[in-house]
Every structure is written in structure tokens, then in C-alpha cells.
Write a protein that binds this ligand. Structure first.
Ligand code: ADP
Length: 399
């Protein structure tokens, strides 16, 4: 790596670096590396082919990788699957190539970058070109820094505004249209049509109420403390209530319940855990074809009950498995089986993770053996000293 560094900086067209050879006992390469390492931002130097020529310590820490696994690799292997805060993929390689060709700096961000163990915090990236675009020694440097809270807040505000404009307006328009038709004095609607309008209003109101619930939960999570109203309940009772409440979203899906009645009681905030179940059931129905089965299961595993919701949809590829639990993250239409993405906000699984973790449990997704996805989450079994009292209220820190 050091040799690369020297060649990049030594040509005189890159960042201004004074001659270093005057210092006895320290090679120019070591100086350059020390200089790079002293920069708090992550730095990646690229040549014209967008191959990594040098990196500093901060970027290795940020991506959780050693320098030797980054240097001499194409940029696309190093900064992979970036996405903006709306969850849309963002091709940094494209912007780096443009920056060199146009000899112009580019400011990108906030973006999430992929690292081995998931994604980074939102990062801002500045791309600075060096060298003449047509010459062999052209290239660019990427400076990567944590997004400031102000930048994140501004982006979050934009995301929420676009959510409000798309996701809240549609059900409101349905309600307005149906109520307007029912109120029309000059038309006699038959019973079937009246029922159709009322059902449309009912569905749209459910949609609005679930969106508002998700938004409130996300905002509560950002505040930190959320009180849990803990009660003891049998898993099969929880599941049947969840299926009842989710029934407006389940359409023609067949729901199979595989929850033994003799499982021990769990100690949970019932309404919040119902939100988790309903979000998973709604997703299972939304992302799989009408008429396919959805199976809800539960098993006991030591101090926890492990609940599962399995569907026969497209499943979730490895690349997205961790990120789908982040707020506003949605798999792009390109990655879905038929290229069509149902409407949504990217909040349901974030809420599900926050609720599960507030109960000391975890949530994850696997491939179902029969195809499709199977989501699991764990909730605590009533411990023997809690079994006597069935009600309690505690304040717990959300994720
Ligand atoms: P939303 O469904 O509103 O987009 P979620 O947070 O519930 O938001 O889900 C995040 C993303 O995870 C979805 O956009 C979708 O891409 C993916 N996803 C969730 N559940 C499933 C599922 N059962 N099958 C396939 N993809 C799913």
C-alpha cells in the first residue's frame, strides 16, 4: 500500500505535500501513511480506474476491514450497496467516475455504507478529483465522515414529508372520495355499493391508524424511554388476537396456526407485541401472492418463546436481511420477484425490532424451507417470581 501512496502523492498534482525525504530515518511512504492516518475522516485514494490505491486507519475502522482487504480492490468491492436515508440504492462509483471526468468535487450524503456486520451510521462523502482527467495519473480521493445530527435531522424531515405526501394522502383520498359519493343527494346507491364505499373507508382508516401508530412508535424510540405495560398471557391467545386484528390485511391468504396451547405464559406489553405480530402478518400477506399460506408458529426455547411468521413470497436476499429492520429501509422493486413493490413506509420492521429488543428479545429473518421468508422473534417467558402477579409496569430503554 505504501508504494501506491507514494506514487499518488509524489506526482505533484495531488494534494500539496511538502518534501519529506529530509527527515532522517523515516521514509516518505511512512510519513504519507502517518499523515493519512492522522485525518479523522475516512480517506480512500483511487486511481483513474477506480481501484483503491491507499486508505487510512479511519476508513478501515468504519468499514470493519483491514487495509490489505481494501487496497488494490475496485471501489465497487469496497463501498458496496450504499443507500440513501430513503433506502434507495446509491452508486458511489458513478459519482467518483463523474468527479474525475468533470474535474469537479461532489458532495454526497447522508448515505449508509455496507460493512461486514451490517451498515454504518449515516455518512457524508466528499469526492475530490486530482490530476488531469485524460492523463494516467488522474484519480480521486473520497473523504467519508459521520453525518452531523443536523444533516440527519434534515434528511429525516424530508423522508417524513415524502412519506406523508405518498402514504397518508392515498387513504385520505379514498375516504374523501367514498364519503363524498355517499353524501351525494342526487344519487340513490344500492345496498351493495353503499357497503363497498363503507368498506373502502374502513380499510383506509385502518391504514391511516396503523401508519400513525408506527410513526408515533418511531418517534417514541428516538426519545429513548418507553414504558412497557407488562402482563402475562398465553402465546396462543396473543396469536389469535393478532390474527383477528390483522384480518383486514390478510385478504385471500390462508393462515395456518401452529401454536401449542400448553406453551408457558409470556410476560409482555400485549398491545406492543400485537403490533409486531400484525406488522409481520401484514408483510407476509403484502409480499406474497393472494391465496398462498401464512403460517404462525411458536416454540419454547429456555427462558423465551420463539414466535415465527412464515410466508410463501419472494423471501429476502442476504444483502437486505439486516437492513430491513432499519427505519425507512425498503427493498427496491428491482430486487423483488416480479419487479413491483407494494406501497409501504419501511417503518413496520423497525418498530418490530424496537419492541422486541425492549422486551430483551431479538428479531431476525431466514429463508423458509418451502421458499419465502420466515421471521422469528423472541419474547420472555414469565419467570417463576413474576407468575403470581399478572400486571406490572416498567420503563425500559428502547433500542
Ligand atoms: P414496508 O413493508 O412498509 O415497506 P417494513 O419495515 O415492514 O416496511 O419492511 C421493510 C422491507 O422489508 C419491505 O419494504 C420489504 O422490502 C421487506 N419485507 C418485509 N417483509 C417481507 C416479506 N414477508 N417478504 C419479502 N420482503 C419483505
Amino acid at each position: 500500500m505504501a508504494a501506491n501512496l507514494s506514487s499518488i502523492a509524489g506526482r505533484g498534482r495531488g494534494p500539496a505535500i511538502a518534501p519529506l525525504s529530509a527527515v532522517p530515518g523515516i521514509t516518505e511512504q511512512r510519513w504519507l501513511q502517518a499523515l493519512l492516518d492522522s485525518i479523522p475522516d475516512g480517506v480512500i485514494y483511487l486511481d483513474k480506474q477506480l481501484t483503491v490505491r491507499a486508505v487510512n486507519r479511519s476508513v478501515c475502522a468504519l468499514l470493519g476491514r483491514l487495509p490489505r482487504s481494501l487496497v488494490a480492490r475496485p471501489l465497487g468491492d469496497v463501498i458496496i450497496a450504499t443507500r440513501d436515508l430513503d433506502g434507495q440504492p446509491y452508486d458511489v462509483t458513478l459519482y467518483a467516475a463523474r468527479s474525475i471526468a468533470e474535474q469537479a468535487s461532489k458532495d454526497l450524503g447522508p448515505l449508509w455504507l455496507k460493512k461486514r456486520s451490517g451498515t454504518t451510521e449515516p455518512q457524508s462523502i466528499t469526492i475530490v478529483p486530482y490530476g488531469k482527467p485524460r492523463s494516467d495519473d488522474a484519480g480521486c480521493a473520497l473523504f467519508i465522515r459521520n453525518t452531523t445530527p443536523e444533516e440527519s435531522a434534515e434528511k429525516l424531515r424530508d423522508t417524513i414529508l415524502s412519506l406523508v405526501s405518498h402514504e397518508l394522502r392515498t387513504p385520505l383520498l379514498h375516504i374523501k372520495g367514498s364519503v363524498g359519493s355517499l353524501l351525494a343527494r342526487d344519487v340513490e346507491w344500492d345496498e351493495e355499493t353503499r357497503l363497498y364505499f363503507l368498506e373502502t373507508i374502513d380499510r383506509a382508516t385502518d391504514r391511516l391508524s396503523s401508519l400513525v401508530d408506527d410513526l408515533l412508535s418511531i418517534s417514541a424510540m428516538r426519545g429513548g424511554q418507553v414504558p412497557l405495560n407488562l402482563e402475562n398471557i398465553k402465546p396462543h391467545e396473543l396469536v389469535s388476537e393478532g390474527i383477528d386484528e390483522a384480518s383486514p390485511f390478510l385478504g385471500e391468504h390462508k393462515v395456518v396456526v401452529n401454536v401449542p396451547r400448553n406453551l408457558p405464559k409470556v410476560r409482555v406489553d400485549i398491545s406492543r407485541v400485537l403490533t409486531v405480530l400484525i406488522n409481520l402478518l401484514e408483510n407476509a400477506a403484502k409480499y406474497s401472492k393472494p391465496g398462498t399460506s401464512i403460517e404462525v408458529g411458536a416454540t419454547v426455547a429456555g427462558p423465551v418463546v420463539q414466535m415465527s411468521v412464515r410466508d410463501e413470497g419472494p423471501g429476502i436476499s442476504d444483502e437486505h436481511r439486516h437492513d430491513i429492520f432499519d427505519p425507512f429501509y425498503r427493498v427496491g422493486p428491482r430486487d423483488l420477484a416480479d419487479g413491483v413493490r407494494p406501497s409501504g413506509t419501511g417503518l413496520g420492521l423497525a418498530v418490530a425490532r424496537a419492541v422486541t429488543e425492549a422486551h430483551g428479545g431479538r428479531i431476525w429473518v431466514e429463508d423458509a424451507e418451502s421458499g419465502g421468508a420466515v421471521f422469528f422473534f423472541t419474547i420472555p417467558v414469565v419467570s417463576s417470581n413474576k407468575a403470581a402477579s399478572s400486571n406490572g409496569s416498567v420503563g425500559r430503554k428502547w433500542a
